[in-house]
Design a protein around this ligand. Structure first.
Ligand code: FAD
Length: 412
């Protein structure tokens, strides 16, 4: 088959992968989306109980909304804030099931590796003419699929950071995995019994940690023996709590709520905690941070962020920033060592480019280990990447794009 007749492979049918497919279709290109879960939005499903801090208008892509509206979809109220479940039911599933996209989606199919046909990462000659080859594991076993471009939108939710302060697991972290949950367990839902009337330490200073703390305090109101402890790396919680001026109103309100819980003594805060060991004994678990030994607990909720799984891409020529593990040129815009806020200036194919022609990482994974990715940003990335592919692959059908402005991020 001619290379230009091959589909454009999309890894992951999260919101960004599906929106990518909508943009490709609008430009006359053929997507082929591989989703490891049994449904689209499998990662969002894992945080379905979490209320989003961006309203519907920022969570829905304009072009995808047009595609859906043509099929009778009713746009959700733009100023309301959905939780993950509502995002799935109101946008992700309708898009996955839409007449245009459905036939391009392969569920229960995990991409194991992406490479170039006949080329390992080392071989240059004829590289850019060779199609991409994806090794996928689906219901019928393993198979190799060819594509003319690859867009990795596989997110980072399945690879959370460790609790250990040194980037590797704390001593004992693996052994006590049965009592450690990562990111955002459903404290008030399916995981309730695990945390009710237990001593629970939440680790981390980001919004997932704040969400977990909020749910734990609410649980403690019903289950009075529940104890909520919070450990952060810094010497104050101020940076985590933000302010009422947060451009994302709901995020600001969450910070204010946690501040109030701290003032009321509902959360016991431990600062300067760089965890290096978890020890189990007959009374529970003890976390050690250098000389500091925290009170004994029953359960840990580790909300210390995510990292990308780059193992799928080792045979492609990627340019990944050594610190953020985002695309190299994107790093200066999002590096939390330099930036203090959650809004990043408009960026697209130019910043997301890799030495491997016609290959892009978009969405949550494009940020690597850097936090503060927003769907709105991902949708902007996708428009630009699809436009770049349209030119690069010489697609003839054209449509007009208007890129929205976004806020410039303050630099410390
Ligand atoms: C708790 C939480 C709350 C958030 N709240 C907000 C918010 O309020 N506003 C906002 O804008 N953003 C928010 N985000 C950030 C971000 O927008 C979401 O993580 C969003 O889901 C990212 O979309 P995505 O499509 O890039 O990745 P994901 O939604 O993670 O989708 C990736 C998909 O790829 C699939 N996949 C993974 N590996 C493979 C593979 N090898 N082969 C095939 N398929 C694979 C997964 O199953 C998944 O379906 C939040 C994130 C979290 C974790």
């Amino acid at each position: 088959m001619e290379k230009h007749q091959l589909p454009i492979a999309i890894i992951g049918a999260g919101p960004v992968g599906l929106v990518t497919a909508a943009h490709l279709l609008a430009k006359g290109m053929t997507p082929l989306i591989f989703e490891s879960g049994s449904k689209a939005g499998a990662n969002v499903e894992l945080w379905a109980h979490v209320k989003m801090f961006s309203p519907w208008q920022s969570n829905v892509d304009g072009l995808a909304a047009q595609l859906l509206s043509a099929e009778g979809w009713i746009s959700p109220p733009e100023n309301e804030y959905p939780n993950g479940r509502q995002l799935l039911d109101g946008f992700v599933q309708p898009l996955a099931n839409s007449a245009q996209i459905h036939s391009h989606l392969r569920l229960n199919t995990r991409v194991l590796a992406a490479t170039r046909f006949g080329h390992d990462a080392m071989k240059t000659q004829g590289r850019s003419q060779a199609p991409f080859l994806l090794r996928v594991a689906g219901p019928a076993g393993n198979e190799d699929v060819l594509a003319c471009a690859v867009i990795d939108a596989s997110g980072t939710y399945q690879t959370p950071n460790w609790m250990g302060a040194h980037g590797i697991p704390a001593l004992g972290e693996a052994e006590h995995a049965a009592h450690i949950a990562y990111s955002t367990p459903a404290v008030l839902g399916r995981d309730r019994n695990r945390y009710a009337n237990k001593r629970v330490l939440v680790v981390g200073g980001g919004h997932s940690a704040l969400n977990a703390l909020q749910d734990m305090v609410r649980l403690a109101q019903d289950a009075s023996q529940t104890k909520v402890l919070w450990a952060i790396r810094g010497d104050s919680a101020e940076g985590s709590l933000g302010s009422a001026n947060d451009p994302l109103e709901q995020r600001g309100k969450l910070g204010l709520r946690i501040r109030q819980f701290l003032d009321e003594g509902r959360i016991e805060l431990f600062t300067n905690v760089a965890i290096d060991q978890v020890i189990g004994n007959s009374k529970g678990l003890t976390v050690k941070a250098g000389e500091q030994v925290l009170p004994t607990i029953d359960e840990l909720i580790v909300a210390t962020g995510f990292r990308p799984d780059l193992s799928v891409l080792t045979e492609l020529r990627t340019a990944v920033d050594p610190a953020t593990q985002s695309a190299m040129l994107l790093a200066p815009l999002i590096d939390p060592n330099q930036h203090s806020c959650g809004t990043v200036r408009l960026h697209g194919a130019e910043e997301l480019v890799h030495p491997e022609e016609n290959f892009f990482i978009v969405g949550m994974k494009s940020y690597g280990r850097a936090p503060t990715f927003l769907l709105k940003t991902g949708y902007e990335q996708v428009r630009s990447v699809v436009e770049a592919l349209e030119h690069s692959l010489n697609v003839t059908k054209r449509a007009e794009l208007t890129l929205p402005e976004s806020d410039l991020c303050n630099v410390d």
